[in-house]
Design a protein around this ligand. Structure first.
Ligand code: DX5
Ligand code: ZN
Length: 219
């Protein structure tokens, strides 16, 4: 059965205090932690942190599920480092990877779960559907990747619907502008996992924010 899961994105938290932010959302009921790795290149000028920081963070949370969203050029070059850093799942962009099939197999061979991310401009066509089969999750971006606090794009919902028709049992994740309300829209279109930055970290009550997101997904 498809599990409903909420993964706060620490991009919206205090990036100078990742261990604290990670611990805080896990203690408040997060199912996993979403870590946005920007290399300053794929998204021009946006740089967050790399594998060494993720590895350092892993030492603080030995059991947490770390979901790394690689917003980087040629993500395949980081797979081994991701495995060494103790990442649970690595998600890279269809638009950025040279050979999605080969990269998925490589990641699986390293013991990683692997996700395929689709930027808003990428349609769910037969090429995407054919490669998606190899992935543990498909991430439908509901904002242009780059920063937090943008508005959810409802025009992405048909992509989720199509993916859910073709893959009744695959994890489908949304990222960008997710609130309890938009999580419910995404869930009706087939999503079962939601990443949320602003709606968790800007909330005065993080536990309640996560609970409400989960309720949205369960609708
Ligand atoms: C955007 C990132 C998201 C971001 C989401 O490029 O992939 O994970 O943190 O932030 P919100 O939830 O504020 O849209
Ligand atoms: Zn992300």
């Amino acid at each position: 059965a498809l599990q409903v899961r909420v993964g706060p994105s620490v991009l919206a938290g205090d990036l100078s205090n990742l261990a604290f932010e990670t611990h805080r959302v896990l203690r408040a009921g997060a199912d996993y932690v979403h870590l946005d790795m920007f290399d300053g290149n794929w998204i021009q000028g946006a740089f967050t942190f790399g594998p060494m920081v993720v590895k350092a963070l892993r030492d603080h949370e030995p059991r947490a599920y770390f979901d790394v969203h690689l917003c980087v050029t040629r993500p395949e070059q980081y797979l081994e480092e991701m495995a060494r850093a103790g990442v649970s799942r690595v998600t890279f962009h269809f638009e950025a990877v040279t050979d999605p099939r080969e990269a998925a197999e490589h990641a699986h061979g390293l013991g990683l779960d692997v996700g395929l991310a689709l930027a808003p401009e990428t349609a769910v066509d037969t090429t995407v559907l054919n490669v998606a089969e190899l992935f543990d999750v498909v991430l439908v971006m509901t904002v242009p990747p780059g920063f937090g606090g943008q508005a959810f794009m409802p025009e992405m919902l048909p992509k989720l619907k199509r993916l859910r028709e073709v893959f009744p049992k695959k994890a489908l994740e949304v990222d960008g502008g997710v609130t309890p309300l938009t999580a419910a829209l995404a869930a009706s279109a087939g999503a079962n996992e939601a990443v949320a930055g602003s709606s968790v970290f800007r909330s005065r009550n993080v536990r309640r924010a996560i609970r409400e997101l989960r309720r949205g997904l369960e609708k």
